[in-house]
Design a protein around this ligand. Structure first.
Ligand SMILES: NC(=O)C1=CN([C@@H]2O[C@H](COP(=O)(O)OP(=O)(O)OC[C@H]3O[C@@H](n4cnc5c(N)ncnc54)[C@H](O)[C@@H]3O)[C@@H](O)[C@H]2O)C=CC1
Ligand SMILES: O=C(O)C(=O)CO
Length: 329
């Protein structure tokens, strides 16, 4: 039997063609992203699914009794209810490695644009107010030579650390679930406690996955430990931050500024106070969004999916679901 797969997100034609060589494909063609209720109607006979971040939980799996594999076009897989998937023997995959350098570029871009106030000053120039903001000088703060504290020294964290060290001569502190001697060796990074990192860093950058353990990892207490002159960057997931505490820390000038690619609620609510703060640079979750990298991610996700539904060796099963074998029909 040829496996049936449902492609819930737009993918390049080559990616669809690749999947079609092995599977019977259906895909979402709507102009807007597929909604959950629309997706639930499409999956009743699917063996495999290609998605980006849709929640895979008990309710979802109840609608997909044949499902063997879900392939995320993203490295983060906090959308997987791992227990629900384990219970039903549904494999989940993700797309690590191919996006590391692109996301690291974006993290540095966010650091630079927050420190040097690029969006604010870009707007000034375009509004015809070259060089003037009343009496206030248009000065920012340096990035080079400062201390960068990375929370979550994984694949992307390491790519960021290299840029900080070798591109900007920064001192790198890191906090991670486990110590990484290889990064200490290659980048000269120093492993430290979260508290020490927060106290010492000029830039605090969050690059952990979103898990029950990292939920609101940055809260009121953590922001209070940061230097008043420090900049907070979040390129992980919005839920790793207590957003209310971040807003208060900015309002109370406990920290200088923030650069955010991710938010607790996405798309971010139009009345979110972060959107009106000139010292906050906001992006619409575009860490990996270059043509090449999104192509590579989609192709990798397609290969993971095809391997999973055809019973070949799958490259990127997420660690918590390794060892599952799809039930044979
Ligand atoms: N903004 C964006 O567009 C993107 C965001 N991401 C997010 O970044 C995350 C990280 O991606 P990778 O570097 O590929 O993952 P990774 O698994 O290689 O690295 C994550 C690191 O965080 C550490 N960690 C986990 N829990 C921790 C805790 N409680 N305290 C301290 N350290 C902890 C792990 O030990 C690991 O070293 C993804 O899970 C995703 O949520 C990833 C890509 C793009
Ligand atoms: O891959 C991820 O986890 C993202 O957030 C988008 O690339």
């Amino acid at each position: 039997m040829i496996p049936k797969v449902y492609i819930a997100r737009p993918v390049p034609a080559e990616v669809e063609a690749y999947i079609s060589q092995y599977c019977q494909c259906e895909k979402w063609n709507g102009p807007e992203p597929i909604t959950r209720s629309q997706l639930l109607k499409q999956i009743s006979d699917a063996d495999g699914l290609l998605i980006t971040g849709e929640k895979i939980d008990d309710e979802f799996l109840d609608h997909a009794p044949n499902l063997k594999a879900v392939s995320n076009i993203s490295v983060g897989y906090n959308n997987y209810d791992l227990e629900a998937m384990k219970k039903r023997n549904v494999i989940g995959t993700n797309t690590p490695d191919v996006l590391d350098e692109t996301v690291a570029d974006l993290a540095l871009a966010l650091m630079l644009s927050t420190a040097r106030r690029l969006p604010e000053l870009d707007k000034l120039v375009k509004d015809g107010k070259w060089g003037s903001k009343g009496d206030e000088p248009l000065f920012g703060v340096d990035v080079h030579g400062k201390t960068l504290g990375i929370i979550g020294m994984g694949r992307i964290g390491e790519s960021i650390a290299r840029r900080g060290k070798f591109g900007f001569n920064m001192e790198i502190l890191y906090h991670n679930r486990r110590r990484k001697p290889e990064v200490e060796e290659t980048v000269g990074a120093t492993y430290t406690t979260l508290e020490h990192l927060l106290r010492e860093s000029d830039f605090v950058l969050l690059m952990v996955p979103y898990t029950p353990e990292t939920k609101k990892l940055m809260g009121r207490e953590q922001f209070a430990l940061m230097k008043k002159s420090a900049i907070f960057i979040n390129t992980s997931r919005g839920q790793t931050v207590d957003e209310k505490a971040l807003i208060e820390a900015l309002q109370n000038k406990e920290i200088l500024a923030a650069g955010l690619d991710v938010f607790d609620q996405e798309p971010v609510a139009p009345d979110n106070p972060l959107l009106t703060m000139p010292n906050v640079v906001t992006l619409p979750h575009i860490g990996s969004a270059t043509h090449q990298t999104r192509y590579d991610m989609a192709m990798l996700a397609a290969k993971n999916l095809v391997a999973a539904v055809t019973g070949s060796e799958i490259v990127n099963v997420v660690p918590e679901l390794k060892g599952l074998r799809p039930l044979k029909e």
